[in-house]
Design a protein around this ligand. Structure first.
Ligand SMILES: Cc1ncc(COP(=O)(O)O)c(C=O)c1O
Ligand SMILES: N[C@@H](CCOP(=O)(O)O)C(=O)O
Length: 541
């Protein structure tokens, strides 16, 4: 970071921002940014992802044990957001409004599933998936920044945010619900045509607000993600539009998700189902169904802040790039498939992914830790980490992978993480088992996490409980749930699983546009859509 008189190259003051409130890019070319800048930019100019310069230590985390979700979120987020940027009362208000939309008073309740395994239900938000926790917050955050930036401005002088996102189903609807109808924001959500569940598709396409544009791409999720990254890297559209990100490349997504790791830990410590004698400071494991590595990365931040985590269990489906990394040290796209599409379609489609974009953030921390063993100064360590990550990511793009990484880097990763790959057959068996054993219906993604937790439990030190993250409501994945449970006596999907909010969705009007798997074609659609909205806004003002 180049600085003059305590002011960073990007204008952030050292007096008002602690190192955990200043941000840099994982590829080393961009640093000294404020929270507002990284939230509005999404992806760094050098193609990297933003991370805080330092992970703050929550020295007094135990004193947070009885806080409500909102108060806990306020304490955690304040460590990463300078009060000079968002005054505390405003931050509290944004958080409060974001979680007032949840159906559960606890926001993310923890229930005891079976034996040593507890389930963290993250699906009580508007779209019934864990993404709501971050995207309700991000929607309000965008609104807050835009209102401030646009004070006194009219017409084309207003700061207009053009959000482009890729979804395999859940991010799409959660982002749309977080941003629908918001002033000065257009949302273009790309999903792989025919490869999201029917309910997920309906949740997105039945939202008819003028600022919401659903684009069905002829391709898979990775194609959608690549189009989004190509748009962010394109100087032409960046010269005319301010692009914004709602995918977990946006730092605010990760940050908001750290809260439920703490919240569930405290809920467990209070629970009569906790192992006998369990007390604050004792370790837990978290099992996380993983695709883009955003959710589990939030757990890594919670751990680095001081939460007593024994292990973070990366649970993948048959699209297992992450599992293969933790087993071999190689991060490689799976090109062994004979089919033209190397992404396998599974029963947990939200995790059907070739490359996990957030893994880059973990790689940076592992490379940084490794560089620090050389004992040089911190600026050098950060520079080294940025260079290492840039080379890895270049090789991923040009050669389809990299590795094996240095033994010390892999060992450092394995100190915190372990991984499991769960097949479709095992996913169905897990849904069935848990239904038979405790009468609970798991969604297929959650089942991947629970199966990984069950395997991990056989290796877990005595008395270490496992919190398994339940990332979606089972009604979102009727196909897989019915496949697993259709022959179970007395099972009735409509009566046992379907929430009233989903009934009749298929009768509603829909809006969606088919697009080719071609980023330039998508760029044209985005430009035309924004223009139409701006003209309509001008006409009505
Ligand atoms: C239901 C569900 N479970 C798990 C995941 C994987 O989460 P992540 O991409 O953060 O690893 C997703 C997608 O993001 C999802 O929608
Ligand atoms: N599984 C995701 C894919 C996008 O992931 P994100 O967390 O980076 O937004 C989805 O539900 O769309």
């Amino acid at each position: 970071m180049s600085e003059t008189n305590g002011i960073t190259a990007n204008g952030v003051s050292e007096q008002t921002h602690t190192p955990s409130q200043r941000y840099l890019s994982t590829r080393g070319e961009d640093s000294g940014l404020s929270f507002e800048e990284v939230v509005l930019k999404g992806l760094a100019t050098d193609g990297g992802l933003y991370i805080p310069e330092e992970i703050p230590q929550a020295a007094d985390w135990q004193s947070w044990k009885d806080l409500s979700f909102v108060d806990l979120a306020f304490n955690i987020l304040s460590l990463y957001i300078s009060p000079a940027e968002i005054p505390p009362a405003d931050l509290k208000d944004i958080i409060q409004r974001s979680y007032a939309t949840f159906r559960s008073e606890q926001v993310t309740p923890l229930i005891h599933l079976k034996d040593n395994i507890h389930l963290l239900e993250l699906f009580h938000g508007p779209t019934f998936a864990f993404k709501d926790v971050a995207l309700q917050f991000l929607g309000n955050l965008f609104e807050y920044f835009l209102v401030r930036r646009n004070a006194g401005k009219t017409g084309r002088d207003r700061y207009h945010l053009t959000v482009v996102g890729a979804t395999s189903g859940d991010t799409g609807s959660a982002a749309i619900y977080g941003l629908r109808g918001k002033k000065d924001v257009s949302v273009f959500m790309l999903h792989p045509k025919g490869r999201v569940s029917p309910i997920q598709e309906l949740q997105m396409t039945t939202v008819l607000d003028a600022n919401v544009h659903n684009l069905a791409v002829a391709g898979n999720f990775d194609n959608c993600q690549d189009i989004v990254k190509a748009l962010f890297a394109d100087p032409e559209i960046n010269a005319t539009h301010r692009l914004g990100a709602v995918n977990s490349i946006n730092w605010a997504r990760i940050l908001a998700q750290t809260v439920y790791y703490f919240h569930s830990y405290f809920a467990l410590a209070r629970s009569p189902a906790a192992p006998s004698g369990f007390k604050l400071g004792d370790k837990v494991r978290f099992s996380v169904p993983s695709g883009n590595f955003g959710d589990i990365l939030a757990g890594y931040f919670a751990y680095r802040m001081g939460l007593p985590v024994d292990k973070l269990i990366v649970a993948t489906n048959e699209n297992d790039i992450l599992d293969r990394f933790f087993k071999t040290g190689r991060y490689e796209k799976n090109t062994s498939s004979n089919s033209a599409d190397p992404v396998k379609e599974t029963l947990s489609p939200a995790m059907d992914i070739l490359v996990s974009s957030n893994f880059e953030r973990l790689l940076w921390f592992l490379a940084y830790e490794f560089a620090a063993t050389a004992g040089l100064d911190d600026a050098w360590n950060k520079k080294q980490a940025g260079q290492e990550v840039s080379v890895w990511l270049r090789d991923l793009k040009t050669k389809g992978g990299f590795g094996p990484v240095h033994d010390d880097i892999l060992s450092a990763g394995r100190r915190t993480f372990e991984s499991e790959r769960v097949s479709d057959e095992e996913t169905l068996a897990t849904i069935r088992d848990l239904y038979r054993q405790v009468g609970y219906v798991l969604d297929p993604h959650t089942a991947v996490g629970v199966e990984a937790a069950r395997r991990s439990a056989t290796r877990t030190p005595e008395g270490v409980p496992i919190i398994s993250l339940s990332t979606a409501h089972p009604a979102k994945f009727a196909g897989a749930v019915n496949l697993a449970l259709k022959d179970e006596e007395g099972f009735d999907f409509e009566a046992k699983v379907l929430p009233p909010e989903f009934v009749g969705l298929d009768k509603k009007e829909k809006r969606v546009q088919d697009v080719a798997n071609d980023w330039k074609a998508v760029r044209d659609v985005v430009r035309a859509g924004v223009e139409e909205e701006l003209k309509a806004a001008e006409a009505s003002s």
